[in-house]
Ligand binder design. Structure first.
Ligand SMILES: *Cc1c(COP(=O)(O)O)cnc(C)c1O
Length: 362
């Protein structure tokens, strides 16, 4: 299957913006981009008076190695948010080609679909709370909906935000097989580092309609630097590179990312992932045994989804202690739920203490 048939026909041979940095010229005097020849006083390292490389080779190489892909299968953007938006714009003809999601789920897929005027098809997660399993995506129904709605994109979140469950690779592969030549299956692994399931990146070589989103925003502690990665078929990546913003990656952010990908920084991130997983399981146990808590879902991410008998009171108690969690009550099926990010051990203890607080002035 040629995956380019999934790209909007009018964009398949789009060359994009001819950024001044997209030149093979080598020189010592650069007069081609109307930049300042001087560094700003604000720029201690003197590295920012030039436009950045649109896709720095070293960063692509390191991210490819980190995620187990080839550099030509990697597109780096301003967070995975940018990759989500780029996929929707490049694949979906407005008013025609649908996007399939399984709510309650991360909100950016629907936002990007809306901005592109791509029809949104929602196949709700099934809550198997009684079996103790938590939420489950119905991949059978998702596949059927994608085929019948002429969808170009299916977004799967694994581990899922906010519901916490992860998908098994054989199930993702079966869905992609069924949608071969019809739609891209995008697996958003923003929380992949915290999961015990392997990454879907290993499927991409044999299944060109699978793409994977990764980010440095969560486990790598660089949410402020906005570095996200799409890993997908090399031909598709080449097309998307032409559709993206001309110079999306600020040079200071690229330097931060490269630093965060050195062995000592990776070792520290790994250690913190281990610590977070330990804390996640500890906090789940503490919450599950607390009065006023109806259910704590199992989680493969760095957060817990919690149902409260009285979520309003819980929120008020937490806010009174200066603790901010995510109110999920406007989401379908989550009318009594809050999402709690796993903090440090001290932060988690503070959370438990304030939830247990006897009384708060109403
Ligand atoms: C946090 C999150 C992201 C956002 O990642 P950025 O790289 O910071 O844009 C993507 N997907 C999901 C499911 C998330 O929860």
């Amino acid at each position: 299957m040629n995956v380019l048939t999934l790209v909007r026909e009018d964009l398949r041979d789009f060359a994009g913006y001819g950024s001044a940095r997209r030149t093979s010229a080598t020189g010592s005097i650069w007069l081609n981009a109307n930049e300042s020849p001087w560094a700003s006083v604000a720029d201690a390292d003197g590295r920012n008076n030039r436009y950045p490389d649109p896709q720095p080779a070293e960063l692509r190489l390191r991210l490819a190695a980190l995620y187990g892909a080839a550099p030509e299968q990697v597109l780096v953007g301003r967070g995975s948010d940018e990759a989500i938006d780029l996929l929707v714009r490049a694949l979906c003809n407005p008013g025609m080609d649908a996007v399939v999601i399984a709510p309650p789920v991360f909100g950016m897929y629907a936002v990007s679909a809306r901005l592109q005027n791509a029809p949104l098809v929602e196949i709700p997660l099934t809550d198997c709370v009684d079996g103790g399993d938590g939420f489950r995506a119905d991949l059978e129904a998702i596949g059927s909906a994608a085929l019948s709605s002429n969808a170009k994109l299916v977004f799967l979140c694994s581990p899922a935000n906010p519901t916490g469950q992860a998908l098994r690779l054989p199930d993702i592969a079966r869905l992609a097989e069924r949608l071969s030549g019809r739609a891209m299956v995008i697996v958003d692994e923003a929380y992949g580092e915290f999961s015990d399931q392997p990454s879907a990146v290993s499927l991409i070589d044999t299944m060109p309609n699978i793409g994977v989103l990764r980010t440095l925003s969560k486990a790598h502690a660089l949410a402020g630097a906005r570095i996200g990665t799409l890993i997908a078929n090399a031909q598709l990546i080449a097309v998307l590179r032409n559709c993206k913003a001309p110079n999306p990656l600020p040079a200071p952010c690229v330097h931060l990312a490269l630093r965060a990908l050195e062995p000592d920084a990776l070792a520290q991130s790994n250690a913190r992932v281990v610590e977070t997983v330990v804390e996640r399981d500890r906090l789940r146990g503490l919450l599950a045994g607390s009065p006023g808590i109806e259910h704590v879902y199992p989680s493969q991410g760095n957060f817990l989804l919690v149902r409260f008998a009285d979520a309003d009171t819980a929120l008020r108690r937490l806010l009174a202690a200066g603790i901010v969690v995510r109110d999920m009550r406007s989401q379908p099926q989550l009318g009594d739920a809050l999402r709690i990010t796993i903090g440090s051990a001290e932060e988690n203890d503070a959370l438990m203490t304030s939830l247990a607080a006897q009384k708060v002035a109403a």
